[in-house]
Design a protein around this ligand. Structure first.
Ligand SMILES: [Zn+2]
Ligand SMILES: [Zn+2]
Length: 417
């Protein structure tokens, strides 16, 4: 499925990339003989996926949640204590993003092997070496175990819930913004950058985004392409050692919405759906940037940000986030023209298919679930939750973030429902 697994790549970025040799098995009906692939494993499932491992009684752990299992440290602790006196070498996740993140972080903490049986093409986390988890109210991206095996049953993937397929399109659409943000940061803050992890996916990314409608109609080969690119994107994270190749401002926006809802005990949308909203917002930010749209200058004071943070997440989380924000790199001088010249060709190559893909997957319907003023505050706060430089930091430091938000609100009406 992926030809560079297990290879060592002498890269133009100056590093030697060791690609893990993950065994990927993609076969029809493979879900019926899962136990053949694992000798000494526990299978982690939830209400929706337990039927896939029903025959493996005594070897399954079912996570329960009255709403939906989410990737939290509490769930990791539950699995950890369940496995405490159990003699098993491996944890196999049977599910999509949240179960995978819980399983691979528990495997990391308890020094066990990890494998995945993905049940939807909804995220790129199956092959990645990190696990994004909510820890005491803050979304953190933690080091986790890379899988030993990944078992894919095309029928399971093709028939996964449509919202998880939409989410998969949302999560993969973000890779264009993630790339632009990474180059922007490289230019402005001198952050390390690698081209291999973009070159290995950019062709297929175009195909997948162009095929959005076919994916939503459950066309088998288009959905398998979506699954394949998710696996490549996750490998890119593993190759680089952090989520930079796969996550920019759009993921920070999605994390803010998720943290806000978790803080209130509300069930967030699927990860990729929130990422789709973040991708649309940041796509518009780049659009405004390249079109030289004039924004009025008005810096958002630290006090205003603090008020918003307290309102969103409470006092305790606020002081942690303020520290992150104060340590962010401040840019002295910005040569806008030269940055535009480097970034715009990439943006132009993808802009129209990205926009069409987001419209087709129904990003307008997602925005309609939220209050406009809430979205504006989400954008402002997204610059405070992680030490990762993005287009929104540039807007913040130029003093135009507030006016961009107002401009975006006006243009949100263009989002077709
Ligand atoms: Zn993601
Ligand atoms: Zn490289």
């Amino acid at each position: 499925m992926i030809d560079f697994l297990g290879k060592t790549i002498e890269c133009s970025c100056g590093k030697l990339h060791e690609v893990p040799n993950i065994e990927i098995i993609c076969e029809d009906s493979v879900s019926q003989r899962l136990s053949e692939f694992f000798e000494d494993a526990f299978f982690l499932a939830d209400e929706n996926t337990i039927s896939l491992v029903r025959s493996l009684e005594g070897k399954t752990i079912k996570l329960r949640d009255p709403q939906r299992v989410t990737a939290t440290m509490e769930n990791v602790q539950k699995i950890r204590s369940f496995l405490k006196n159990k003699d098993c070498r491996e944890i196999v996740s049977v599910g999509s993003g949240s179960l995978t993140d819980i399983a691979k972080y528990t495997a990391y903490l308890t020094d066990r092997e990890f494998s995945a049986f993905p049940t939807a093409p909804s995220v790129d986390g199956y092959t990645s070496s990190v696990a994004p988890l909510i820890v005491r109210g803050v979304k953190k991206t933690l080091t986790a175990k890379v899988p030993r095996k990944i078992i894919i049953d095309p029928e399971v993937i093709v028939n996964s819930p449509i919202d998880l397929i939409r989410a998969g399109i949302g999560d993969i659409s973000s890779k264009i913004i993630a790339r632009l943000d990474w180059i922007l940061s490289n230019l402005l803050t001198n952050e390390y950058i690698c081209d291999f992890v973009w070159d290995d996916m950019k062709g297929l990314l175009k195909v997948v985004l162009t095929d959005t409608r076919k994916i939503l109609q459950r066309d088998r080969s288009s959905i398998l392409n979506l699954m394949k690119i998710q696996l490549i994107s996750g490998l890119n994270i593993t190759i680089i050692g952090n989520s930079r190749p796969a996550s920019g401002a759009e993921h920070l926006i999605s994390h803010v919405i998720e943290m806000y809802q978790e803080h209130r005990g509300q069930l967030p949308l699927f990860h990729g759906l929130q990422v789709a909203m973040g991708t649309y917002i940041t796509m518009k930010a780049y659009e405004a940037f390249f079109q030289d749209i004039h924004f009025a200058k008005s810096h958002i004071s630290l006090e205003d940000k603090e008020k918003l943070l307290i309102d969103f997440f409470g006092e305790k989380v606020t002081s942690e986030l303020q520290k992150i924000y104060l340590h962010k790199r401040k840019i002295e001088k910005v040569d806008i023209k030269s940055i535009q010249k480097i970034l715009e060709p990439i943006y132009l190559q993808y802009h129209s298919i990205l926009e069409a893909s987001l419209f087709d997957m129904g990003v307008g319907e997602l925005f309609s679930k939220y209050d406009k003023n809430f979205i504006k505050n989400v954008i402002i706060i997204s610059t405070t939750i992680r030490d990762r430089y993005t287009i929104l930091d540039l807007f913040d430091q130029l003093g135009i973030l507030k006016d961009f938000c107002d401009w975006f609100m006006e243009h949100m009406t263009e989002v077709k429902e």
